[in-house]
Design a protein around this ligand. Structure first.
Ligand code: XMP
Length: 509
């Protein structure tokens, strides 16, 4: 595998994703390497990420001795390059102006990371510091008009450094640079495939669970379903799944989830709990978004705990945690500011003394989807859009009532029906309806109407962290608005949300 040492760059995850796209396994480790061993023989190379810091900063993250001592091939990107240069006896200076944007890179040596390249490529720069003098034994292999040392190498020690960012799409051939590093320089093999992951994780699950009973909170989303199917393949009847119907799901969803799970795991493997009334009762009169989220989280834990205790002897909790959450929790810049309290099973493991098992913790969403396909999970689950734990409750502004849920479900279903066959659907991260508790005047036939306002929200995104509003065709917008207002009794007007994230969030609450 490749290890990416994270010095806090916003692009670190992107480096990992690019490498995984070449079917090479990689992990992101914090730069300070606490409890990490770089000498392990399965590590074929190390990449040092960029950073928001300057190497001249007194708080700048440092290069641990172990990195150079490991004698593994190294690739320093931006700050990673500066660190290598500074540590190995070269000179880095702070520039007056930050260089930001595209630059033309002249390649002086077409080998190693530049094997198969022409004379010039476009690359993306984003740096304040620059290399002024390269360390002994290093050679310059590329430059730009403003940057004398845009790429350097020490052939003997197999240390490469580049000033620009190969991981971003603005460096069109950046992927080839990374692939040259992992394959030509480090000698990795492209063996990280869905098939090999399934095999490996089944073995891992058997070793981890041994003979213990495992319980899983099934939401119906691709992560929890994939985790459950994989675990079932590994340990069979030792797994029990609990599906809590909180009454906040979309039209027909609970029935769908149960039908699909029956097809995947066989009859009677999922315990379905109908807790609709309990959730609705607790949400009565609540309008504050954070309070709604907290109530739903708490009630979920209560219901789940009661059911799991009925099972008696479960000692492990299966979770569909994926890599972005793991990276967030080890982030060298500290966890990001909390905007919304996410509903998950946080607190449950401690409460019930359950050991957590996370077979997807090293996978990105697209890898989970590949795994799901490999496991024979139907398309409709594989490509299901993310759906928040608190469900429709955070898409109903104001109080959540049975009547409002009904209105939102009907509107949301029309949106789904109209978009699912359009070419844009697979490009959408999410598309859904939001119910605003504001009424507006309209006219139907000869009658004055006074009904709720419905919102169409549709966004494109890579990971939900940032998002652009989706440019849905006028024809599709037109038909959605007509159908909703005609077919959903409570809605008299439709609007389209054209705000991106940031500054807005994807969900309205
Ligand atoms: P926001 O609204 O913060 O949402 O831009 C980003 C992504 O996260 C989803 N989301 C949630 N997912 N539990 C979840 O599992 C939650 O409580 C939750 N709240 C938001 C949201 O749908 C979007 O994809």
């Amino acid at each position: 595998k490749i290890v990416i040492l994270d010095f806090g760059s916003q692009y670190t995850q992107l480096i990992a994703r690019r490498i995984r796209e070449y079917q090479v396994y990689c992990e992101i480790w914090p730069y300070h390497l606490k409890e990490c061993d770089l000498n392990s023989s399965d590590i074929k190379g190390i990449i040092l990420s960029g950073s928001p810091y300057s190497v001249a900063d007194s708080r700048a993250p440092l290069l641990e001795e172990m990195v150079l001592k490991s004698n593994k091939p190294l690739l320093g990107i931006c700050y990673g390059l500066h660190l290598l240069v500074k540590t190995l006896g070269g000179k880095v200076v702070q520039s007056q102006t930050r260089e930001y944007g595209k630059a033309l890179l002249t390649i002086l040596e077409k080998r190693g990371i530049f094997e198969g390249f022409g004379n010039e490529i476009v690359c993306w720069m984003s740096h304040g510091d620059s290399v002024k003098e390269i360390p002994p034994q290093f050679q310059c292999i590329a430059r730009t008009e403003t940057c004398d040392y845009a790429a350097i190498v020490d052939d003997q020690r197999r240390i490469w450094g580049i000033q620009f960012h190969p991981e971003v799409s603005h460096t069109p051939l950046g992927k080839e640079i990374l692939s040259n590093f992992i394959f030509n320089v480090c000698g990795c093999a492209p063996d990280w495939t869905a098939e090999s992951i399934v095999k490996q994780q089944i073995q891992w699950l058997r070793n981890t669970a041994q003979k213990e009973k495992v319980v899983c909170a099934l939401s119906g989303g691709v992560d929890s379903v994939t985790a459950a199917v994989l675990t079932y393949r590994a340990i069979g009847d030792q797994l029990s799944c609990i599906f809590v119907n909180n009454g906040l799901m979309r039209k027909g969803e609970p029935e769908h989830v149960l039908r699909n799970m029956e097809a995947l795991l066989g009859k009677g493997r999922v315990i379905a709990v109908d807790a609709k009334d309990r959730f609705l009762k607790e949400l009565q009169g609540v309008i504050d978004p954070e309070q709604k989220r907290k109530i739903i989280g708490r009630v979920f834990i209560e219901v789940f705990e009661e059911e799991a205790r009925n099972l008696g002897d479960a000692t492990c909790l299966l979770q569909g945690t994926t890599y972005p959450d793991v990276i967030e929790s080890i982030s060298v810049c500290g966890p990001s500011v909390k905007i919304k309290s996410h509903h998950n099973v946080g607190g449950l493991p401690e409460l019930m003394h359950l050991r957590v098992i996370e077979p997807l913790r090293f996978l990105f969403k697209d890898e989970v989807r590949q795994l799901a396909i490999e496991l024979g999970i139907p398309d409709e689950i594989v490509w299901r859009q993310p759906f928040p734990g608190p469900g429709l409750a955070v898409r109903i502004i104001g109080e959540v009532t049975e009547n409002r849920l009904e209105i939102l479900r009907d509107m949301d279903y029309i949106i789904y029906q109209e978009l699912r066959n359009s070419p844009i659907f697979k490009k959408l991260w999410q598309s859904f309806g939001v119910l605003v508790p504001v009424r507006s005047v309209g006219i139907m036939g000869d009658e004055r109407t006074y009904k709720y306002v419905g919102v169409l929200r549709a966004v494109m995104s890579e990971d939900g962290m940032t998002a652009d509003w989706a440019k849905i065709s006028y024809e599709a917008l037109d038909i959605i608005a007509r159908r909703v207002v005609n077919e959903v009794a409570g809605i008299g007007r439709m609007v389209f949300d054209i705000t991106s994230k940031p500054p807005a969030t994807i969900e309205w609450e």
